[in-house]
Design a protein around this ligand. Sequence first.
Ligand SMILES: [Zn+2]
Ligand SMILES: [Zn+2]
Length: 438
Amino acid sequence: MILITELADSRGLHDPSISGLLIDAAGLRVLVDPGGSPGSVPSLPLALTVADGLDAIVLTHAHADHTAGLPSVTAAYPAVPVLATPSTIALLRALGQFTEATLAHARPTPFYERYTLEPTRQGSAWTVRLLPAGHLLGAAMAVLETPEGCVVCSGDVSLASQHTVRRAARPRQQPDVLVLESTYGDREFRPRALEEARLVAQVCVGIERGGHVLIAASPLGTAQEIVLILAQARLQGQLAGVIWVDELVASVNSVYAQQAALDYPRLARWIALHGNPFRPEDKLVSVVQPRDRGAALQGPPAVIVTSSPTFRSGPGRFYARALAEATEHLILAPAGGAARQHVEQAVAPRRVRCTIGTYGLISHADGAALVALAARWHPELVVINHGQPEAKAALQARLAESGLHAVVARAGQPIGWPARATKMVEMGANRTPRPRKD
Ligand SMILES: [Zn+2]
Ligand SMILES: [Zn+2]
């Protein structure tokens, strides 16, 4: 029996925006994505506090909702290997949120290579392979081949290529179970090219008006996409002015400068033609040191990509406070993120005079794309995880319409799948095995 459990925290509670899965099969137990909230101290997940062992941790990608719980898990299980792509490990180091002790047992696992997990207790070996997931540099789908069956965990996934990362890989095998994220399972996105054009148009208007344009973005993925979109617009003559990034975006950029083109030939060709937008020496993008920020704002109109979507702290707060009170400036923040309220909290509502706008660059699959991904893998069972209850339910209905059998994971409640040997007997009797919920 394979058991798949969406994790609850030590109080039995579950935040749907946090990812965490425990997979048990053939005597081995693997934790996929010890997620947490950035800045909070995560407790050990409930299933692990009562567990008698753990054989490996797999990180699908570097976002905090998939990794922030890593220190508490590695502290409890210090010798357990942590499998992740080399880019994911480099990004975690660049973000500086984990100590070297937390990453001491990191095993850089390149895309498509098989990593064999030997049993430390009783049990049989598994293999783990990481395939490109499209979402972010280094982001992977995890293919777990166990003696009892094959489980694929999608992680966060995108079927569309972005500027900095290629789309999710096509499957080469049919798994028994696909564990599928559902972050935007109840949404339809506009074509990304339209959103990119809308972003560039807003930035151009802001610069032509003679003000600065402050763009708040996740420093991990979205900021790099924006840098490339704007660098491209400037090369095409659509946009004038300097693009500069804050220190956290610059740290992540240094990993993109080294790694991104290795995984993505289209980006490698762009860099060969125009230079590397993630390396300050190539002069497509500048990094402004903290002491120079004020002076830089005295200069000609510029685009500033900063890392705090809420403007609550750090450079994001500094820039928002410096720009919000003058009419010529523009502040852009992610759509649906309460941009105006955040700026008003940083400055004071009556003093906000700049223009505030939004952009919608999302690096996940929407509902239709998630169904398309599931259809490609064509598993016997889809387990829907990592999403708000309404997104999970909407995705389940859409998968059912497409003839795919899907169940919704509920935190702390294992979903069982019969071992392959059992299934062969049942298949011989011409019955389709149904999942059993324990
Ligand atoms: Zn993510
Ligand atoms: Zn996520």
